[in-house]
Ligand binder design. Structure first.
Ligand SMILES: C[S@@+](CC[C@H](N)C(=O)[O-])C[C@H]1O[C@@H](n2cnc3c(N)ncnc32)[C@H](O)[C@@H]1O
Length: 294
């Protein structure tokens, strides 16, 4: 996209939304997910997955949302007994995996945990994943976290805790989005876009991608896989943008809707509208990281 087109994208948004107000105001993670629970089902995944769909042919396909949980399956073997999900959201990953593996005990921890149907091999814990006190040391074969660690402001603590609860040779699987460069180094307009995307999703600040490997190394993890899936999430991001653009076509009505609807809902729409640009403009990336406890 040319510079001119990029400027106009932000300007189009500013025609509908008082962006200055958004820059100044935060919404809590808890409130964001409470307000957007139904929106995620309606506009994102009817199965309750809240992560990006992965595409290998530039199109959205219905199994794209299974890429992340299917990655967990690659690390399950006959001796796997316990699996923990950090930030389990609406429980779609747990439901999918626990149904396939009734002999494995699954635990999900989230600020607002839920699941469509309770299964006997799933335990939900309401809480903050920085504190895994309820999980015994050396008890888990796999820990996974999909698009949730972006909310953490203390990733070192998470790596430390995950190292404690994993068995030796246990695996930590992460899918998430990161900043490619420091926000301060961006030109004003890119900075604005990045800030709106973060605030729109109730993220304090996206972690610099280079930091993740250091947290892992400092906490005795060995890197197995780092896979840049940025291009593979673009079709999903374009879909978000198309949905919001459709809304914008309502013109004045859209403007009123944005004033009436909760800030957390409108923020979600702002992020949906701008997110693809953060990737196209090389400010943001989406990665798969897999580590083994040494
Ligand atoms: C984008 S959703 C992802 C949900 C799920 N991993 C999935 O793939 O469908 C992010 C989830 O992280 C949870 N979360 C954010 N910060 C958290 C924290 N400190 N402790 C526990 N859960 C948290 C949110 O409540 C939300 O459910």
């Amino acid at each position: 996209m040319s510079k001119k087109e990029n400027v106009s994208t932000l300007n189009i948004l500013k025609k509908y939304i008082n962006c200055d107000w958004y820059y100044k105001n935060d919404v809590s993670i808890n409130n964001y997910y409470k307000v957007n629970k139904k929106a995620y089902r309606l506009f994102h995944s009817k199965n309750g997955f809240m992560h990006m769909s992965i595409s290998f042919d530039n199109k959205m396909n219905k199994d794209g949302e299974l890429y992340q949980p299917n990655t967990v399956i690659e690390y399950i073997n006959k001796s796997t007994k316990n699996i923990l999900e950090l930030g389990s959201g609406q429980g779609a990953n747990l439901y999918y995996l626990a149904n396939k593996y009734p002999g494995i005990q699954f635990t999900g921890i989230d600020l607002r945990p839920s699941i469509d149907k309770q299964l006997s091999n799933v335990e939900l814990i309401e809480g903050d994943y920085h504190y895994l006190d309820k999980i015994k040391s050396n008890s888990q074969d796999i820990v996974y976290a999909f698009e949730t660690l972006c909310y953490s402001t203390n990733k070192n603590k998470i790596f430390k805790e995950v190292n404690r609860v994993l068995k030796k040779d246990g695996v930590f699987i992460i899918f998430d989005g990161y900043a490619k460069v420091k926000k301060d180094s961006l030109k004003e307009e890119k900075k604005e876009i990045m800030t709106l995307v973060e605030k729109g999703m109730a993220v304090k600040e996206f972690e610099l991608v280079d930091n993740i490997s250091s947290y892992a190394k400092d906490n005795n993890f060995k890197e197995i896989i780092i896979n840049d899936l940025s291009k593979n999430v673009l079709p999903n991001m374009y879909r978000f943008k198309r949905i919001v653009t459709k809304g914008m076509k309502l013109g004045f009505i859209f403007k009123i809707i944005c004033k009436i609807l909760p800030r957390a809902f409108v923020g979600n729409a702002i992020s949906g509208y701008l997110m693809s640009e953060t990737l196209e403009k090389n400010m943001f990336c989406y990665l798969e990281h897999i580590y083994k406890k040494c």
